[in-house]
Every structure is written in C-alpha cells, then in structure tokens.
Design a protein around this ligand. Structure first.
Ligand SMILES: C[S@@+](CC[C@H](N)C(=O)[O-])C[C@H]1O[C@@H](n2cnc3c(N)ncnc32)[C@H](O)[C@@H]1O
Length: 303
C-alpha cells in the first residue's frame, strides 16, 4: 500500500469502494473542503473513497505540500543571561513560536540560554542545538549546516521557529551563520530579528564604567590567535572589548601588563557570568589572574 508523507492509508477494502483512514499530521488546514473529508491537524478520519476521489485527495495534498507556506523565522537576542534582560518582543516570540531552538555547549549539561527561554514558559517545544567549538573550520561549518537543516525542516512544515541566542542575535552569534544558510535556500522566507542586550553593554552597566562617550572609539575583538597578540591595538581615548578570552587569557594578560606599564592610567575590567547568580567582576590584573578561565567571560580595556 502506498504511503505518502502526511497521509497514511491504514486499511483498504477490495472492490471499487475503499475504506481508508487518513492521518494528516502536518496539515495546518483541512485537506479537503467537503464535509465528510474534513481533517484537522493530527486528526484521523474514516471515509469511503472511490479511486477517483482518492487520487484527487492525494494530488491536492501533494500540491499543498509543495506550495505549503514556510513558517516564519525569528532570530531572538535574549540578553546576556538574566531573564529580566529579555525585551517584551523577545518574550512574546519565544512564548508563541511552535519551536524554539537554542544553544547548548558541547560538554555542558545545562544551557544558560535554555534557562532564559524556559523563564517565559514557551507554548511550543524547545530544541537544543550543539555548535562545535572545534579548531577545525570544516567541522564547525558542518555542524552549522546540520543545525540549519534541522531548523529548515521545521520551517518547511509551516512552523514558526525562534532561534534564541545569548546577547544580541546579530553580534558574534551563531544565528548569523544559520541566517545566511536559510536565506540562501529560501530567499523569500519571512524573517524577523529581535535585538538583545549584548554582553558588553551588560558589563558596562554592571561595572558602572561608561562604555564610550564623547569622541572615544569603541573596538570589539571577538577572539585572536595567540601569535597575533601584538597586533591588538589599544588606541588613545578608546574602549576595547575582548570577547572569548578563555583560551588565550594568559597571553592577553601578559600583553595587558606591558600596556599598563607604559600607560598606568589604563583601566582593565573583567566580567564573567554576567546576569547570572555566579556573576563576578574584577578590576585588576592581579585579581583576574587568580580566577579560573571560563567561556562566559570578557575584558574591557579603557585607555
Ligand atoms: C559567541 S559570543 C556571543 C556574543 C553575544 N551574541 C553578544 O551579543 O554579546 C560569546 C562571548 O560573549 C561573551 N559573553 C556572552 N554572554 C556573557 C555573559 N553573560 N557574561 C560574560 N561574557 C559573556 C563572552 O566573551 C563569550 O565568550
């Protein structure tokens, strides 16, 4: 017996009249407008069909699947970890989406972004994605592509999908990569991006250090190779944000020590787990050196 995606004939009589049970799991609309064939999402119906009608329903349904409206994709910046840093728009989208994808690190049993998402009690399901932090670029790219495919599968079923990401969705976020892949596959897809409070505005607020003002320039260094440490510049009248310093911190601290010797007025502000209960700040190189490295940490340098 043939079995189409979304239609599962579970019983068939001999003769011209067929008794069939239709289970159309992914339909958002009835598959047929005649009363006796009406079927809602996840509803199975029993009906008697001639070959002609069965063919008509199958054609109608296949056509619907091809033309099926894609769901909408939301890139949601959820702030730096404290659920109270969620915007009202982010709360609404996370609550109402059919599926909320968020990120868990490879070795973590818990996810900071998942706990922020759970705070709003989403009506849909929450799916966790692992994004590789491998040094090998191909491994990282393969994982991004696999995750983008998981999201695409949901969108192609007409589901509205939120991708929840820490901080801001368009600032050094995995969402940026996923966005490009999905947009390439479906250029007309409807996408909305909700900005989030990012990690460095959070550090500035919590440490009560102005991020930048007047003619000061603001620089963000996302990560760096140890051999490039001397290439990082700290211009006069600037603030430099250093993200993802956990793997290269020792090298960075040595570089900052030298910079401080040349410019004693240099301010160095360290922040980790900002917005979480385990939040910690440090304002001197001596103290920062004593703190174990952790992924959710950053350094702000003011000169
Ligand atoms: C992939 S970037 C994400 C940036 C994020 N999209 C944003 O807008 O801030 C990850 C880095 O952001 C910083 N970060 C993010 N959230 C943080 C937090 N709650 N506390 C301290 N640093 C954080 C850390 O430097 C971490 O390694």
């Amino acid at each position: 017996m043939a079995c189409l995606t979304g239609i599962e004939p579970v019983a068939l009589n001999s003769g011209g009249l067929r008794s069939i049970q239709l289970s159309y799991k992914h339909a958002r609309q009835p598959i047929c407008s005649k009363n006796n064939f009406l079927s809602n999402n996840k509803t199975a119906i029993n009906c008697h069909l001639t070959n002609k009608i069965l063919y008509a329903i199958i054609s109608h349904t296949s056509a619907n699947r091809k033309d099926m409206k894609l769901g909408k994709l939301y890139g949601v910046g959820i702030g730096s970890g404290n659920p109270e840093y969620l915007t009202l728009r982010a709360c609404k989208i996370l609550k109402e989406a059919d599926t909320v994808f968020t990120v868990i690190s490879q070795n973590a049993s818990d996810s900071v972004s998942k706990s922020v998402v759970e705070y709003v009690k989403p009506q849909g399901k929450i799916e966790l994605l692992i994004f590789s932090m491998a040094k090998n670029k191909t491994d990282r790219e393969n994982q991004v592509a696999a995750n983008a495919n998981k999201i695409l599968e949901e969108l192609e079923q007409g589901k509205n999908v939120a991708f929840a990401t820490l901080g801001d969705a368009m600032t050094y976020s995995t969402f940026g990569y996923v966005y490009k892949i999905i947009k390439e596959k479906h250029p007309d897809i409807s996408i909305e991006i909700i900005p989030g409070i990012n990690s460095f505005t959070t550090l500035s607020a919590i440490s009560q250090k102005v991020l930048a003002e007047n003619r000061q320039t603001l620089h963000v260094v996302p990560s760096f190779k140890e051999e490039d440490i001397e290439k990082i510049e700290f211009p006069e009248n600037s603030t430099t944000i250093l993200l993802k310093t956990y793997r290269t911190r020792e090298t960075l601290l040595k570089r900052l020590q030298k910079e401080k010797e040349k410019h004693p007025g240099l301010e160095i502000i360290y922040g980790e787990h900002l917005g979480l209960e385990s939040e910690r700040l440090a304002f001197s190189l001596e103290e920062i050196k004593t703190i174990p490295e952790t992924y959710l940490s950053m350094i702000m340098v003011k000169k």
